[in-house]
Design a protein around this ligand. Structure first.
Ligand code: NOJ
Ligand code: NOJ
Length: 608
């Protein structure tokens, strides 16, 4: 009897999967009505219970079974050219959402697309779905095109790789926007590297060397030379340094250096490793004395932000144990941070009222958020669960849980009397913690389940008072976040990226390879006229008068700017004037400086 039921369920879900993926709605409609609706309503009843009691947990299983196929179908529908909701998108272009107003998300973001394709590539390379390869090849072609598309951030060689979003026909978006966003190139490199690693292991080195490596190198060279420059954060609001951006940059450089090594690209190996050491050093500086991660160095907020949870799950490496230097999901710092972040949403959303102080709650981007009502986000709530499932994977693998003074408050939620120490799998403390933390994680999934409309569509947010889905419908990133959290819940993790055994350098070169160079130029100007500098390296915008860097007139008639330039290099540059849209260059020849290997450098010039 039970075997028959198992078979019937498996068959029903397998069919639902095929139905949604192929989009043959009509043929299978009757089948679905007959077979799936009774199950669906049964599940919907089940997921109402989010107390984490036995029935609640069972309902999470049911939700995962139905939402998994729905999320995958929803994700695929948003990819051009044939996704059912992506009409007008070029092949391999991911639309953020089909929503065209309030908000208009019918664009393609490098961040969203890369995270979505990392999910797709992992499904492909793990053998879970081998049909995805043509789509991945489309993505590669689309991103190669976008890399070369000159846009308001610049051209491919003058900063254009930091452009956050494009039109879905692969042309540049030229409106005002928070740019650059320097997580995009890193996330794209990570997606492409995971595909490249699989191809190499399967004998297709030509495509890797001739196509993928060229693209990856563009993105990683950009990361290597710009990681210490200001960036808009992943929420496109704060221009400063941002934990998520730094963390994903670090990961991309490490795995990029391993790929470069396999391909015999020794100059890139050295460059990426050197920069990665500095980035890892810088990453530590986001940790604050109140035991959480400050999401952005600017922005004037509490700094409690889903940014940090997303960073932990997207840089998870199950081979790295609970390493705190890379903020692994089970590290004491990442767990302490998770608690502080989650707690910041307990009292601000009315749908969280009445939930026990150690229960799962709906969470959003950051507590101060007001965007589209400042509500809980599906992808943020799933991310908390995913960090916890990732942690469980490692604890189960290493057969112990370490509690430190840093993570004590996190563990006390489950065991108020617990003390710091290491609890091996033979102890009842271990067993109880594993089970309680699994239920805690399931609680976050259960909340998203509770607020998922029937049919399984995932928008961007759900209303903080009513729980009704709101903001962009069918957000591709929401679907990807469902697929990754479900995989983690099953105990699956992505291939290692080399996080294990990393050492934080004892002294940080906070400027990275960049040496702070101060340009002073004595120049008399008329009212409304300004002095700029451009030159032969990325940091000086590669001789682009349009993107030239503005100097400050605070010490007029001396104009001044400090900018990080690559150490031990000879750099050419010139000043220029801009007045009423007219550009006047200094006379020839180009000026030249030798940037020292360390320390800083000041250059005093007079306009000529
Ligand atoms: C649009 C961005 O996508 C969103 O993240 C941001 O919150 C709003 N603009 C407001 O700045
Ligand atoms: C707004 C989010 O803040 C940003 O992270 C995302 O890239 C865009 N929406 C598109 O989904």
């Amino acid at each position: 009897m039970s075997a028959i039921w198992t078979f019937a369920l498996a068959f029903a879900f397998a069919s639902l999967f095929v139905w949604q993926q192929d989009g043959v709605d009509l043929q299978l409609m009757d089948f679905r009505r007959t077979w799936l609706v009774p199950f669906t309503s049964f599940f919907e009843q089940g997921v109402e219970d989010v107390t984490g009691e036995r029935s609640g947990i069972k309902s999470v299983d049911s939700y995962v079974s139905s939402e998994g196929p729905a999320a995958k179908a929803g994700l695929l529908a948003n990819i051009g050219p044939s996704g059912s909701k992506a009409s007008g998108a070029k092949a391999g272009v991911v639309i953020a959402s089909p929503s065209t107003s309030n908000p208009n998300y019918l664009y393609t973001w490098v961040r969203d697309s890369s995270l979505v394709f990392k999910t797709i590539i992992d499904q492909f390379t793990s053998g879970a779905d081998t049909s995805l390869r043509p789509l991945i090849d489309d993505f590669v072609t689309a991103e190669a095109k976008l890399q070369q598309t000159t846009n308001p951030s610049g051209s491919v060689s003058s900063g254009g790789l930091g452009e956050p979003k494009f039109n879905i026909d692969e042309t540049a978006f030229t409106g005002d926007w928070g740019r650059p966003q320097r997580d995009g190139p890193a996330l794209r490199a990570t997606a492409l590297i995971s595909y490249a690693n699989w191809l190499r292991a399967n004998g297709n080195t030509t495509f890797v060397s001739n196509t993928l490596w060229q693209m990856i190198k563009l993105d990683l060279d950009y990361v290597a030379s710009n990681w210490n420059q200001a960036t808009f954060d992943l929420w496109e609001e704060v221009s400063s340094s941002s934990f998520f951006t730094t963390a994903v940059q670090h990961r991309a450089l490490r795995e990029g250096s391993a790929l470069a090594s396999a391909l015999g690209q020794s100059a890139s190996v050295t460059n990426y490793n050197t920069q990665a050491d500095s980035v890892l050093c810088f990453l530590q500086s986001y940790w604050n004395s109140n035991s959480y991660i400050t999401a952005n160095t600017g922005g004037g907020r509490s700094g409690k932000d889903s940014n940090t949870i997303l960073a932990s799950i997207h840089t998870f490496d199950s081979a790295a144990g609970c390493d705190a230097a890379t903020f692994q999901p089970c590290s004491d710092k990442a767990l302490a941070n998770l608690k502080v972040y989650v707690d910041s949403f307990r009292s601000i959303y009315s749908i969280n009222k009445g939930i026990a102080s150690n229960g799962a709650v709906a969470v959003g981007r950051y507590p101060e958020d007001v965007y589209m009502g400042g509500n809980p986000w599906y992808l943020s709530t799933f991310a908390v669960a995913e960090q916890l499932y990732d942690a469980l994977i490692v604890w189960n693998k290493q057969k112990s849980i370490a509690v430190t003074s840093t993570s004590l408050a996190f563990f006390q939620q489950f065991s108020p009397s617990i003390t710091a120490g290491t609890y091996s799998s033979s102890t009842s403390t271990f067993t109880t913690l594993i089970s309680d933390i699994k239920s805690f994680a399931d609680g976050f999934v259960a909340l998203n389940a509770k607020y998922t409309p029937s049919g399984g569509g995932l928008a961007e947010q759900y209303d903080r008072n009513s729980g009704a889905a709101t903001s962009a419908v069918d957000l591709t990133w929401s679907y990807a976040s469902a697929l990754t959290v479900f995989a983690a819940r099953q105990g699956t993790s992505s291939p290692s990226w080399g996080a294990s055994g990393l050492k934080v350098p004892s002294t940080c070169n906070t400027a990275g390879s960049g040496i702070p160079v101060t340009f002073n130029v004595n120049a008399t100007t008329q009212l409304g006229e300004n002095i700029y500098v451009t030159g032969s390296v990325d940091a000086l915008k590669n001789w682009s008068p349009d993107n030239a860097l503005l100097l400050s007139s605070a010490k007029y008639p001396v104009w001044s700017l400090t900018v990080n330039l690559p150490a031990s290099t000879s750099v050419q540059y010139k000043f220029l004037r801009k007045f009423n849209g007219q550009v006047t260059w200094e006379s020839d020849p180009n000026r030249q400086i030798s940037v020292p290997a360390s320390g800083s450098f000041t250059e005093n010039d007079s306009w000529r």
